[in-house]
Design a protein around this ligand. Structure first.
Ligand code: ADP
Length: 160
């Protein structure tokens, strides 16, 4: 069975990869779908996010990285995925994720959302926290893949 793991991935963190690895163990094929449209102001543009995700997922042979615009349920159908994976961290994610899953269910009856829980060490890790940490010059290596840490450091230098 094929599953879609959609998100903004701005940037991809070890928390996302932890969820992705679990999904890759459960399903034959997993598509990591990077959303073009989100309600968030993006830090990295779509192509940058795509390149960073591709590099970070290279060790997972049954994972493919794709970009999408428009509604996630339409992309899932287009890719022939009936399962959508989302990650659930501590309580803060629950309400948002539940409303998203119910809205998507209303839009498309045949797609199921499955929640995966990350390993404890990634429970409080978010892309926004990583961006803040990068701005403050913190060490990023415990939280993001090396390519992402490098890209964030380059960006910080440029913005100086
Ligand atoms: P979105 O903008 O769609 O919420 P994100 O890229 O922020 O996209 O996250 C994609 C999914 O991954 C969401 O379900 C989010 O809850 C989950 N996620 C993000 N960080 C983590 C983490 N550290 N552990 C587990 N799940 C996570």
């Amino acid at each position: 069975m094929k599953a879609l793991y959609p998100g903004t991935f701005d940037p991809i963190t070890l928390g996302h990869i932890n969820i992705l690895e679990k999904a890759a163990n459960c399903f034959d094929e997993v598509i990591l779908g990077i959303a073009h449209y989100t309600n968030k102001q993006n830090y990295f543009n779509l192509d940058e996010r795509y390149a960073l995700c591709q590099e970070a997922c290279a060790h997972l042979s049954n994972v493919t990285v794709k970009k999408f615009s428009g509604m996630v349920v339409d992309f899932a159908k287009q890719e022939d995925c009936r399962i959508m994976i989302r990650g659930l961290r501590a309580v803060s994610d629950f309400e948002y994720e539940l409303s998203l899953a119910l809205t998507n269910k209303k839009l498309s009856q045949d797609i199921e959302t499955i929640f995966l829980v990350p390993s404890l060490r990634y429970m409080y890790l978010s892309s926004s926290m990583i961006r803040q940490l990068a701005e403050l010059g913190g060490d990023l290596h415990d939280f993001v893949p090396p390519g992402v840490a490098h890209a964030l450091q380059l960006r910080m230098k440029k913005e100086g």
